[in-house]
Design a protein around this ligand. Structure first.
Ligand code: NAI
Length: 257
């Protein structure tokens, strides 16, 4: 017997998945973070676009509507993270969604990698996620609700030239799963997304020949766009995903298959 057609939930179609939510997106000044901020705002959230490059953050925020604001934040600085989260809480009276997206890469073969390359990537890509998650978790625990989405990477499984980045992104997976376990009793969900090969400044510096090799490994036959990642973030940040926590979701066109 064929199953009756079930329409998608109305909220998924209507663009009001996140009405009245207050969200912080780190690294929202460009690339995937900008795409995420744009999608969350389209779904009705008020987005705090936080970036070490405050001009970019402010210009993205000014194009979003829904009361979006830009803020300067270096996620590798613990006290800046605490201050931003508490400012947002004071200003809006709540914090519903945190998207830890800010990230950098400093690629080098292991035997040539400098202490600085190692430490910079760990500081931003791993410690930054910890500082922001810790600060937000205090508010979300007390509120008995919240959504945290962490942007890891397909590279967490291991990638040549990325010992620092892979270690940080694997750390994000472990941190996300632990936070999911700790915060579940407060109805706060924590999930990680692993983008594959996405068209942003981070990947635009890669020589054409290598880009083509990478694209050839993607079963869906194209690089991803920030919007491909943003759509999954919006779902995970919504009520529709209330029973999804501790997951590690690849968004890579089948890159890791
Ligand atoms: P991007 O380099 O285009 O943008 C990164 C943004 O983060 C920039 O606006 C930058 O100013 C900001 N940022 C850098 N350091 C910061 C800090 N200390 N504090 C606050 N903001 C900071 O990079 P893209 O591609 O948009 O990457 C976003 C996230 O997605 C990163 O975590 C990256 O590791 C991850 N990712 C990207 C992939 C890709 O193919 N582009 C693949 C897998 C993961």
């Amino acid at each position: 017997m064929t199953q009756a057609f079930r329409p998608m939930p109305v909220a998924l179609l209507s663009g009001d998945l996140l009405t009245d939510r207050i969200a912080i997106v780190t690294g929202a000044g460009r690339g995937i973070g900008e795409g995420i901020a744009r999608k969350l705002a389209e779904e009705g959230a008020t987005v705090v676009c936080a970036d070490v490059n405050v001009n970019d953050a402010t210009s993205v925020a000014s194009s979003l509507g829904h009361g979006a604001i830009g803020a300067r934040l270096d996620v590798s600085n613990s006290s800046e993270c605490d201050a931003l989260v508490s400012d947002v809480h004071e200003r809006f009276g709540r914090l519903d969604i945190l998207v830890n997206n800010a990230g950098i890469n400093r690629d080098a073969m292991l035997h040539k990698m400098t202490d600085e390359q190692w430490q910079q990537v760990i500081a931003v890509d791993l410690s930054g996620v910890f500082f922001m998650t810790r600060a937000a978790s205090r508010i979300m625990r007390a509120a008995g609700q919240g959504r945290i989405v962490n942007i890891s990477s397909a590279s967490w499984m291991g990638n040549i030239g990325q010992a620092n980045y892979a270690a940080a992104k694997a750390g994000v997976v472990g941190l996300s799963r632990t936070a999911a376990k700790e915060l579940a009793r407060s109805q706060v969900t924590v999930n990680a997304i692993c983008p594959g090969f996405i068209d942003t400044q981070m990947t635009r510096g890669i020589p054409d020949a290598i880009r083509e090799q990478q694209v050839a490994k993607i079963p869906l036959g194209r690089m991803g766009q920030p919007a491909d990642v943003a759509a999954v973030v919006a779902f995970l940040a919504s009520d529709e995903a209330g029973y999804v926590t501790g997951e590690v979701i690849n968004v890579g066109g089948g890159y890791v298959l």
